[in-house]
Design a protein around this ligand. Structure first.
Ligand SMILES: [Zn+2]
Ligand SMILES: [Zn+2]
Length: 343
């Protein structure tokens, strides 16, 4: 089969590789669409240690079942599917509690690190254990289905933080996941939703997708502006979707006393944390990792068009052109958010 292989850091080659074979309990899926994730971009230069070459990335995908290994039940050739980006073992303490995102034996599709190598979906075919598959609603196109993974991350984050109807929310960072968090907050019944970023185009998009107001953190005193918009108190809940010291501080400082902060972004390994500010204002933190059971709801909402992922998809291109698109994303070309490759 053909695959897009990271041959060395920062260089992908579209080339012939051996066809993978499904083992017991596994299916072979013909990939129809696979999104390039921010983690793939960060990983391609070696800085994260999670994409050691040679590596086939790709964990945001959809396709059609091509063949099944022994012992696969309930799935047939031709079924349209997507899959969890995380392979959970189903056996460990955390899996049995339903925390499949915290599995002790967790592997992520398309990740090659020192502990394991798991080929992803930037290829004609990908092998998947049957227990991570989800059937696609009939009307849902493959490109949109490939967006279910980042959407599930946003839904999981919003599900983590206790919300009351009409709560005000501040979302710091309006990249892909931030924009999906904003849509999820709308669906969850939030009142005023305030988006914060340095990029005016993204703020405009945030307002189109459900934010009431977009605030430029490079131009404004964000906590003061948020207080002004929330009866002088600060927002009831906040979401930090960047993961650096400055944005964590901004998100914290924009909350009311007793407010809650969802931590989603994790660009930095560690940040300066204003401990006394958080403690004396009794702020509650809810960190959020990947997703755990949100796929069916996300697929349903995509199919019913409760969530709009179209404005987030900037390009759909053949997998053979993958290297050029990775380079453009790596160079941070303005306005590029999500590119979907089709084998
Ligand atoms: Zn991803
Ligand atoms: Zn497990």
């Amino acid at each position: 089969m053909k695959a897009l292989v990271l041959e060395e850091y920062k260089r992908f080659v579209y080339k012939e590789v051996p066809d993978p074979q499904p083992g017991p309990g596994e299916v072979m899926v013909q990939v129809k669409a696979c999104g390039i994730c921010g983690s793939d971009i960060h990983g391609m230069d070696g800085s994260t240690g999670r994409r050691i070459p040679p590596s086939i990335m790709g964990h945001e995908a959809s396709g059609v079942i091509h063949a099944s290994g022994p012992g696969v039940t309930g799935w047939q050739a031709g079924d349209r599917v997507t899959f969890d980006s995380t392979i959970s073992c189903g056996q460990c303490y955390f899996c049995r509690q339903g925390f499949i995102n915290l599995c002790d034996n967790r592997r992520v599709m398309g990740v090659s690190c020192t502990e394991y190598r798991q080929d992803g979906a930037f290829a004609e075919y990908v092998i998947l254990p049957q227990h991570i598959l989800y059937r696609l609603p009939e009307s849902l196109p493959f490109e949109e289905a490939a967006m279910v993974e980042p959407l599930s991350v946003a839904f999981h984050a919003v599900n983590r933080v206790p919300l009351s109807i009409n709560d005000s929310a501040v979302v710091v960072g309006t990249g892909m996941v931030g924009l999906l968090v904003i849509q999820a907050l709308r669906l969850a019944g939030c009142g005023r939703v305030i988006a914060v970023d340095v990029d005016q185009d993204r703020l405009n998009l945030a307002c189109r997708l459900g934010a009431d107001v977009g605030l430029r953190s490079d131009l404004l005193d964000i906590p003061a502006e948020v207080a002004h918009l929330t009866s002088g108190r600060g927002a009831d809940v906040g979401f930090e979707v960047v993961g650096i010291s400055q944005t964590v501080k901004t998100a914290l400082a924009s909350l009311r006393k007793g407010g809650s902060l969802g931590l989603v972004g994790n660009l930095s390994a560690s940040v300066d944390f204003p401990l006394q500010f958080a403690v004396t204002r009794q702020i509650t933190l809810f960190s959020s990792c990947a997703s755990a059971g949100e796929y069916p709801a996300c697929l349903d909402m995509l199919a019913r068009k409760s969530v709009d992922v179209h404005p987030l998809i900037n390009g759909v291109a053949p997998l053979s052109e993958g290297n050029a698109w990775f380079q453009r994303l790596y160079q941070r070309e303005p306005g590029l958010m999500k590119v979907i490759l089709t084998p």
